[in-house]
Design a protein around this ligand. Sequence first.
Ligand SMILES: [Zn+2]
Ligand SMILES: [Zn+2]
Length: 393
Amino acid sequence: MFALTVKSNMDSAFFMGESEVKLKISWVNALFLTLTPVVGIAGAVLLWNEYGAPGMFEGAIFVSMYLACGLSITAGYHRLFAHRAYEGHWLAVLFYTVFAAGAFQNSVIEWCSDHRNHHKMVDTDNDPYNAKRGFWYSHMVWIMIVEDLHANDFSNVKDLQANKIIAWQHRNIFKIGVASGWLFPMAIGYLVGGIPYALSGFIWGGVIRTVAVHHGTFCVNSIAHIFGTQPYDDSNTSRDSWWVAFLTFGEGYHNFHHIFQADYRNGIRWYHFDPTKWLIKIFSIFGLATKLKKTPQHSIDIALLDMKITKSTRKLDERSIDSALYVEKMKNTRDDLRSAMYNLHKATNEKKEGANSEELAAKIIQLKQNIAAGQAEISSIFSDINNAKPISA
Ligand SMILES: [Zn+2]
Ligand SMILES: [Zn+2]
């Protein structure tokens, strides 16, 4: 999976559930993932012994490289390239491809091909980081083994292959990664204070930072499919969690992301911790990001309502209460709400575009009243469900 092509493989037996499946170990990736933390810790200890405790420079180079490489993965690889949630100026594309290469998570083409398969076939054997195979599998074991299911099948990323910068990055991924991820912080250190700072730049801005960005990204595939709530959809394992968002540049609002993957935001409220969304917004001020895609609010509200209806129906079934009447009422109210919300969305758009008739103003007031009535109605159905008694009791 990583920057080098896998040259040496060894057959290994690996147990999955009840069946024994033969898997090959990708030694290059396995060694890269296990040795980088060892080199990082050993380097930091040696530097401490030789030059004293880490200080301002180590903190600054670590944080700035962590932001450059980490955000290039989330805003670049993930939201721009994999999901096309906005359009990027070529300067932004160049920045992302150069600094994300330094995150050592392979090329745009490999990463996005895997990620599109993850969304399309989530939680199945065709999902490269299937969370149902356990925490460690989805976190990093999947990178250390070779399964031929999708190897070198890039038919789902033809749009990306057509981009010259992305194609150049794919051909030179390891060289670009070493230059931007390791040599660049080393050179900055050298300019700041000669050889000792160059070594600090390499260890703190290069190796330790590579490990930190790795596990930040890996958490999206592992813990964002284990911890948190499922307000939008519980038909897959993705979850929403503020603390996972905190560790992953905002990617922890993963339940929202799985249902509305083209949205440039993952945390949709202004107070949701989503630095990736903030970066894209800042880039848009300078023309580096354009055509930002945002899910209409009424679609989000209806998805939330649909999930509540599903959960309520399940609750009725679990308590052996005849759900048919409640389900019909919930569905009818939901359909009325959906069409009122959609019509209000259309009418407010017309108003924004300059239409200003009395008729339109009256229509907007009427639709808002219909929505308020629909929301009151659905709340009362939910409260009836909570108080309902089993028929047999
Ligand atoms: Zn995604
Ligand atoms: Zn996911």
